[in-house]
Design a protein around this ligand. Structure first.
Ligand code: ADP
Ligand code: MG
Length: 874
C-alpha cells in the first residue's frame, strides 16, 4: 500500500494527499503533521511499534469538505486520491488515483467561497520580446472569465493587484515587482512550456470555447493574453481533471468603457476594505450593498470595481432605480421574492461539473419556483416603466420545464449524498416505484403470495420460511398432511416437514434480493439524467442569473438611496463638477446623519485645482473623499449622497494619501508616496479626477513643501491645464499659487475660536486658512497641559523670527514669480485676535439657500449660529 501511496504522492509534491481507505481519507508523513496541526486533529501513527513509525491522521470521507475548506483558506493545495475500481472486483490492492485537486483559487463548493464575492484564479504573462503582456482571471465557481492585454508591464501588475486573485499563475522565471502585495495573492510558479506556450494555449482556448477562430473571442493579435488564458485552462485541467467547457464566453475587459480606479485609489477610498484591511462596516460597499442574492452581490462588487465611463448605461441604471424608488410596493415585493433565490450560477456550475449534491438540486428547485413571483414584482402596466425593466420581462424565462421536472422528481428532503438513495418522489419513475415498493414492502408481497397459495390449495396450514441456503420456501408439515399442488417444487425434506419453492416465489425472491442494489443504481442513473438535462440548460440558467443579478443590483441601490436620502445626479460630458450639500456616505453612517455637516463644492474651467487648507481634523480628507465617492457612485449608475449634483464624467479617479503606511512591503512610505504620485503625473488625462491628500508629508517640511508645490503646479498645467484636482494640504504657503497659475482656487474648512476653544465648523469656504492650529488640536487630543504650554512658547519664538524662515528665504528662488503672502505679525497665540478676511457667519449665510431648507433645518441652523456666534460678549 505504501508503495502505491508513495508513487501517487510523487506526482503531487506540493499538495496534501488525502488517501482514501474505507470510510476515511488518511494523510501520511509530513502531510499528516501539517494537517493535524492546521485542523487540530489527532496525529497517530501506522506501525507504532516499528523503529520509524509513520505519522498519520485522517478525516471521515463525508466530512472531508469542511476540512478541505479550512485548509484552502490557509492557502494549502489538496489532492484527493480515491479508489477507482470496485473493491469487490479488485484482485489484491484496490487501484487508486488522484481524482481532483483542490486549490485556493479554484474552489466551487460554497463552504470555501464568499457568497457575494468572486474568487479568482489569475495568470499573468509579460513578454520582454514584444513588450506586451496579458493578464487573465477566472472565477471557476461561476464560469466568469475575462482578461486584458496591455503595453505597460506596470499597468499589468496594477491590474493583478486590483483583481487580487487568490492564486496567480506565473512563469517559473518571471520577476515579480516589489510593489505587488502578496498578502492576499498567492503566487504559483508553473512551467513556461507546459502552461504558457502560445500554440498550445490557442488550442486550449479554442477547444474550451468551442470556436474556430480566436477573433470570435476578441483575442486576435493578443498573443500574450492568449498565453495567460492558456495557463488558466491548463491549470484547471490539471486540478479539476475534466474539460473546461462550463466556462462562459471569454470577454476581454474593455478599458475604454470603464472608469478606471487603480488599486491604490481603491484602497485609499476604502471601497471594499478599510485602511486596516477589514471588510464590512466602514467601507463603501457595506453602505450600498443591500442585495438579496449572491449574484446581485457579485454584480455590485464588479460595478464598484469597474464603474462605467459613458452616459448610456449609467442613465439606464438610474431610470431603473428611479422607478423602483417611485414604486415602493414593487420594490418591497422584489426584495422579498429575490431573497428566495439561491446562487444559481454556482449551483449550475456544480451541476455542469458533476459535483452537485441532492441538496443543491433542492436549492435549484426552490430558486426556479421563485422566478414567476420575481417577474410579477416588476411587471406593471404603468406607461412609465423604463425600457430596461420592460426588456427584462420581455426576455424572461421561468425555466418552467425544469422547474416542473424538479418538482415532480426530487424528494422534499433529499439526503446529502447521491449514493444514499431516497432522492426521488414516488410517481416519478414506474420502475423506481416498483423497486421502492419491493424494498419497503417486500416481505408483505411474499406473504400475499402465501395467502394466494393457501387459498388455491385449500391448505391453510401452509407456512412461509426463509433461510440463507434456500432463500424463501413454503413449508408443509407432515402432521398437517395434504398433497402439495403440482407447481410446487420440492427443495428439502425434513423429518417432520417438506419445503417447496415455486417459480413465482423464486422470481419474487430474486427481485427482493436485488431490489436494494438496483434501486441505488437506478436512483443514481436517474439523478445523472436529471443532472444532464440541467447541465444542458446551463445557458438558460446563466441568462436568468444575469437578469436577477441586475434586478438585485437596482433594488439594492434604490433601497440605499431611499434609506439615506440620496438624489439622482445629472451627468454630462463637460468638465465641471457641482455638488450641493454633499456628504461622505461612510463617515455620515458612522457619526450619524444629524451630526454630519454637508458641503457644497464647485469646480470648472476657472477652478480646476482646488487647494484645500485647514488644520488637522478640520475635515479636509473627508471632503476630498466624499467628492471622489460621489463621482464614483454616480458612474455606477447609483444615486448620490448630496442634495443635488451635476457631474462631468471622469475617465479615471486617482486618490493618493501622503505617507500612507506601507512598511509591511519594506519600502519607505515616502518612496511609495512619490511612486504613486509619479504614476498620476504619467497617467492622468483631462477627464481624470485627482485627489491628493497631504502629498509631501512623508519627508522634511522643506522637501515636502517644495515637492507638493511642484506637483500642484504640474497638475495645474498638464493636459492643457485641465486635470480636475482636489489638493488638501496643511502647507498653507501653497495657497500663494492662487492667482499665479490659472485655475488654482483656494478653499479652507472653517474654524472658529471661541472662549479659547477651537470649534470645527466642517464648512468648506473660499479662501486660504490663516494658520494651522496644530497646538490647539493637540490640546483637544489630550496632550498634557505643560507640553501644550511649552509648544506655545516655542511657536511664539519661531513666529518672531518668521522673516528669516528657510521657506521664505529659498522658496521664491526655487519657484520664480511666486510671491509668498506677507507674514502676518503675530503675538503669542492666546492673545491673537485673528484678522479674519470675512466673518464666518457671513460665509455661512451666503451658503444658505432658504428655498432649499425645511423649517426644521432652518431652525437647527439658527440654533447652531446662535451657539457659535450669538453668545453675549464677555
Ligand atoms: P483632516 O483631513 O482635515 O485632518 P478629516 O477629514 O480626517 O480631517 O476629518 C476628521 C474627523 O472630522 C472625521 O473623522 C469626522 O469624524 C469629522 N468630520 C469630517 N468632516 C465632517 C463633516 N462634514 N461633518 C461632521 N464631521 C466631520
Ligand atoms: Mg486628512
Amino acid at each position: 500500500m505504501f508503495e502505491q501511496y508513495l508513487r501517487i504522492k510523487e506526482g503531487y509534491p506540493d499538495a496534501l494527499l488525502f488517501y482514501r481507505m474505507g470510510d476515511f481519507y488518511e494523510l501520511f508523513f509530513e502531510d499528516a503533521e501539517v494537517a493535524s496541526r492546521e485542523l487540530q486533529i489527532a496525529l497517530t501513527s501506522r506501525n507504532p511499534n516499528a523503529e520509524a513509525p509513520i505519522p498519520m491522521c485522517g478525516v471521515p470521507w463525508h466530512a472531508a469538505e469542511g476540512y478541505v475548506s479550512q485548509l484552502l483558506n490557509k492557502g494549502y493545495k489538496i489532492a484527493f486520491c480515491d479508489q477507482v475500481e470496485d473493491p469487490r472486483a479488485a484482485k489484491g490492492l484496490v487501484e487508486r488515483a488522484v481524482t481532483r485537486v483542490y486549490t485556493p483559487g479554484t474552489a466551487v463548493e460554497d463552504v470555501s467561497l464568499e457568497p457575494k464575492g468572486h474568487t479568482y484564479l489569475g495568470a499573468l504573462f509579460w513578454s520582454a520580446d514584444t513588450d506586451r503582456g496579458g493578464f487573465a482571471w477566472v472565477d471557476v465557481s461561476t464560469g466568469y472569465w475575462a482578461g486584458l492585454h496591455v503595453k505597460k508591464s506596470q499597468e499589468l501588475w496594477q491590474w493583478a493587484q486590483k483583481i487580487a486573485p487568490r492564486e496567480l499563475l506565473l512563469p517559473e522565471d518571471a520577476d515579480v515587482p516589489a510593489s505587488l502585495h502578496l498578502t492576499d495573492i498567492q503566487a504559483v510558479r508553473v512551467p513556461l512550456r507546459s502552461h504558457f506556450d502560445y500554440k498550445r494555449s490557442a488550442e486550449r482556448v479554442l477547444a474550451a470555447q468551442s470556436v474556430a477562430e480566436l477573433g470570435a473571442l476578441g483575442l486576435e493579435g493578443r498573443k500574450e493574453l492568449v498565453q495567460a488564458c492558456g495557463a488558466l485552462l491548463a491549470y484547471l485541467e490539471q486540478t479539476q481533471m475534466q474539460d473546461t467547457k462550463h466556462l462562459a464566453p471569454f470577454e476581454p475587459l474593455d478599458l475604454g468603457q470603464h472608469l478606471l480606479i487603480d488599486d491604490v485609489t481603491e484602497r485609499n477610498l476604502e471601497l471594499f476594505r478599510r485602511l486596516d484591511g477589514r471588510k464590512g462596516v466602514g467601507t463603501l460597499r457595506h453602505v450600498i450593498d443591500s442585495t438579496q442574492t449572491p449574484m446581485g452581490g457579485r454584480l455590485l462588487e464588479e460595478r464598484l470595481r469597474n464603474p462605467w465611463r459613458e452616459l448610456a448605461p449609467i442613465q439606464e441604471t438610474q431610470d431603473a432605480i428611479a422607478w423602483l424608488i417611485a414604486h415602493p410596493e414593487n420594490r418591497k415585493k422584489l426584495r422579498e421574492t429575490l431573497s428566495g433565490v439561491y446562487d444559481l450560477e454556482r449551483l449550475s456550475t456544480r451541476i455542469a461539473l458533476n459535483r452537485t449534491s441532492p441538496r443543491d438540486m433542492l436549492s435549484l428547485r426552490q430558486s426556479l419556483a421563485a422566478l414567476p413571483p420575481v417577474k410579477s414584482a416588476i411587471t406593471s402596466s404603468d406607461a412609465d416603466t423604463p425600457r430596461v425593466l420592460r426588456s427584462i420581462t420581455e426576455h424572461w424565462d421561468d425555466l418552467g420545464d425544469h422547474a416542473a421536472t424538479l418538482q415532480k422528481a426530487l424528494a422534499d428532503d433529499p439526503p446529502q449524498f447521491i449514493t444514499e438513495g431516497g432522492l426521488f418522489k414516488q410517481g416519478y419513475n414506474a420502475e423506481l416505484d416498483e423497486l421502492l415498493d419491493l424494498v419497503e414492502h417486500g416481505e408483505n408481497r411474499v406473504k400475499a403470495l402465501l395467502d394466494e397459495e393457501q387459498k388455491a390449495s385449500g391448505i391453510s396450514k401452509l407456512k412461509l420460511g426463509y433461510n440463507r441456503v434456500f432463500g424463501y420456501y413454503f413449508e408443509l408439515s407432515k402432521a398437517v398432511g395434504g398433497t402439495p399442488p403440482e407447481h410446487f417444487i420440492r427443495r428439502q425434506t425434513l423429518a417432520n416437514a417438506e419445503r417447496f419453492t415455486t417459480v413465482r416465489l423464486k422470481e419474487l425472491e430474486e427481485k427482493l434480493l436485488s431490489a436494494a442494489d438496483r434501486r441505488k443504481s437506478l436512483e443514481y442513473k436517474l439523478f445523472q439524467q436529471l443532472r444532464g438535462a440541467l447541465a444542458e440548460a446551463r445557458p438558460r440558467i446563466l441568462f436568468m442569473a444575469d437578469m436577477l443579478a441586475q434586478l438585485d443590483y437596482w433594488q439594492s441601490l434604490a433601497e440605499t438611496a431611499v434609506r439615506h436620502n440620496w438624489s439622482r445626479p445629472v451627468l454630462h460630458t463637460g468638465q465641471s463638477i457641482t455638488i450641493r450639500e454633499g456628504r461622505h456616505p461612510v463617515v455620515e453612517g458612522i457619526i450619524g446623519e444629524a451630526a454630519f455637516v454637508p458641503n457644497d463644492l464647485h469646480m470648472d474651467e476657472d477652478r480646476r485645482l482646488l487647494l484645500i487648507t485647514g488644520p488637522n481634523m478640520a475635515g479636509k480628507s473627508t471632503v476630498l473623499r466624499q467628492t471622489a465617492l460621489i463621482c464614483l457612485l454616480a458612474q455606477m449608475g447609483s444615486f448620490v449622497p448630496a442634495r443635488e449634483a451635476q457631474l462631468g464624467l471622469c475617465d479615471r479617479i486617482f486618490s493618493r494619501v501622503g505617507a500612507s503606511d506601507n512598511l509591511a512591503q519594506g519600502q519607505s512610505t515616502f518612496m511609495v508616496e512619490m511612486m504613486e504620485t509619479a504614476r498620476i503625473l504619467r497617467q492622468a488625462t483631462k477627464r481624470s479626477l485627482v485627489i491628493l491628500d497631504e502629498i509631501g508629508r512623508g519627508t522634511s517640511t522643506f522637501d515636502g513643501l517644495a515637492l507638493a508645490w511642484a506637483v500642484a503646479e504640474e497638475l495645474a498645467r498638464r493636459a492643457g491645464g485641465s486635470i480636475r484636482t482636489l489638493f488638501a494640504t496643511h502647507y498653507h504657503e501653497l495657497t500663494a499659487l492662487e492667482g499665479k497659475i490659472p485655475g488654482v482656487h483656494t478653499m479652507n474648512i472653517a474654524i472658529r475660536e471661541w472662549n479659547g476653544e477651537i470649534v470645527f465648523l466642517r464648512r468648506l469656504i473660499p479662501g486660504p486658512s490663516d494658520r494651522s492650529y496644530g497646538i490647539e488640536v493637540a490640546r483637544l487630543a489630550g496632550v498634557p497641559q505643560p507640553v501644550v504650554q511649552r509648544a506655545r512658547e516655542i511657536l511664539a519664538q519661531l513666529e518672531q523670527n518668521k522673516g528669516s524662515s528657510p521657506v521664505r528665504q529659498v522658496m521664491p528662488n526655487l519657484l520664480p514669480g511666486i510671491q509668498l503672502p506677507e507674514a502676518k505679525p503675530k503675538k503669542a497665540v492666546e492673545e491673537v485676535a485673528v484678522a479674519e478676511p470675512e466673518h464666518p457667519l457671513l460665509v455661512a449665510l451666503r451658503d444658505t439657500n432658504p428655498d432649499a431648507l425645511t423649517p426644521l433645518e432652518a431652525l437647527k441652523r439658527i440654533t447652531e449660529w446662535k451657539l457659535l456666534w450669538g453668545a453675549p460678549k464677555q
